[in-house]
Design a protein. Structure first.
Length: 405
């Protein structure tokens, strides 16, 4: 299946490969034979580009659209745990070229969730034990898999300048040809792009044609991202991979100002269904989502953070800063007393006002001593502030809800 849109035979409007009907006049799109992605077994000839999906439901909570297991009695959304599922009529949906089977079982997926919840400095104490699983389900999540060839002209600067060069950076340029396959772009409507990307990579080699899988008796999320919108994301991914490839292959040392001009040809995108364990768990009256790659066990998800721990850490840091300030003031007074005792600073006569310096040399010595003391106190304060800011930066970074260590 190429990357060139076709045209409607009735009105002439452009049709993408996954379009089942013309958006302008409603005419059914002509059938096209799917081409399997590179590195995966070829799809069977004669597979229809669309199929009739039964037992369709839409979640009122998160808006996920999926076909449910026909034998399921109690319906609950695997993405958010909501029980408000709205039944939808049977409809034509895109037929996936490949379906990758599950290799990770339910018990292993739940164990990985417990282990993941137990990690993290800023998560509440006892999260792994107190989290109650609301829903755990194996779901086939839609992806687009792309392959393409690239021809790139690139420019960059390297810090390894040739002998005799005056500048510290030396410009380089060249061209590179590449071939890529297996670039995955999530097509889920319920999962964020960061979540579908965090689950990668998947191995498409064990994938089987869709007619070999009973998709009516498993949970399948429908394609929500059309190929026409997935294609620009694939182009961005290819440009990023070309930038990394050119930098690693042609630019020695440290690189900067790396620019690539990529010409992409023979781009092919195919719909695939990939295995994902989706779990909704409840902690203190709030529901969070956890995801596990059903093939490799790679995990990501959402987790609560303990604002009490963050507040306690900030309070401790402020206390340390206060103690350092008091210590600096105390050291200043001690150094002044030592200076008076050693005769470096003038001592005021008893019962009289402080004596003013009598010569320019004495004034210079006093000012020099005070300057050294101020520099010492300033250096100590800067060190303490730098350490505190480093701790706060680490705290807020790891406390992000989407941060998955």
């Amino acid at each position: 299946m190429g990357d060139v849109p076709g045209k409607c035979a009735v009105c002439g409007s452009l049709l993408d490969e996954e379009d089942l009907f013309c958006a302008n006049c409603g005419t059914e799109a002509p059938r096209q034979q799917a081409e399997a992605p590179a590195g995966a077994p070829a799809a069977r000839p004669g597979v229809e580009p669309s199929r009739v999906s039964k037992d369709n439901f839409e979640c009122s909570g998160c808006g996920a659209s999926m076909s449910y297991d026909a034998g399921a009695e109690a319906l609950r959304c695997p993405f958010c745990g909501s029980v408000e599922m709205v039944a939808k009529p049977d409809s034509k949906v895109l037929t996936p070229s490949l379906v990758v089977p599950f290799q990770v079982g339910r018990e292993e997926a739940e164990r990985k969730m417990r282990n993941w919840l137990g990690r993290g400095v800023w998560r509440p104490t006892g999260l792994s034990q107190e989290a109650a699983v609301v829903k755990i389900a194996p779901v086939y999540v839609p992806y687009w898999v792309f392959q393409a060839k690239t021809h790139t002209y690139w420019t960059a600067d390297t810090d390894q300048a040739p002998p005799g060069a005056r500048a510290g950076w030396y410009p380089l340029s060249g061209e590179h040809r590449g071939s890529y396959s297996g670039l995955l772009i999530g097509a889920s409507g319920a999962l964020a792009a960061a979540e579908t990307w965090a689950l990668c990579p998947f191995d498409l080699t064990p994938g089987v044609p869709s007619d070999k899988v009973d998709l009516d008796n498993v949970i399948v999320e429908q394609f929500s991202l059309p190929k026409k919108y997935a294609r620009p994301l694939a182009r961005e991914g290819l440009e990023q991979m070309e930038t990394e490839a050119c930098t690693a292959a042609y630019v020695p040392g440290t690189a900067r100002n790396v620019h690539v001009n990529v010409r992409i040809t023979e781009m092919i995108g195919e719909p695939v269904l990939l295995p994902v364990w989706i779990m909704a768990y409840r902690f203190r009256d709030k529901v969070y989502r956890f995801l596990a790659n059903g093939q490799t066990g790679r995990v990501t998800g959402q987790a609560p953070i303990s604002y009490l721990k963050i507040a306690a850490t900030i309070a401790i840091l402020l206390l340390i800063l206060a103690l350092l300030g008091l210590l600096a003031v105390g050291l200043g007074k001690v150094s002044a007393m030592v200076g008076v005792a050693a005769g470096f600073l003038p001592r005021a006569p008893a019962g009289s006002a402080s004596r003013r310096p009598s010569s320019p040399g004495e004034v210079s010595g006093i000012l020099s001593g005070q300057n050294v003391k101020c520099k010492m106190q300033s250096a100590k304060c800067k060190t303490a502030l730098h350490f505190s800011f480093c701790i706060l930066h680490f705290a807020f970074f790891t406390a992000r809800p989407d941060h998955a260590p």
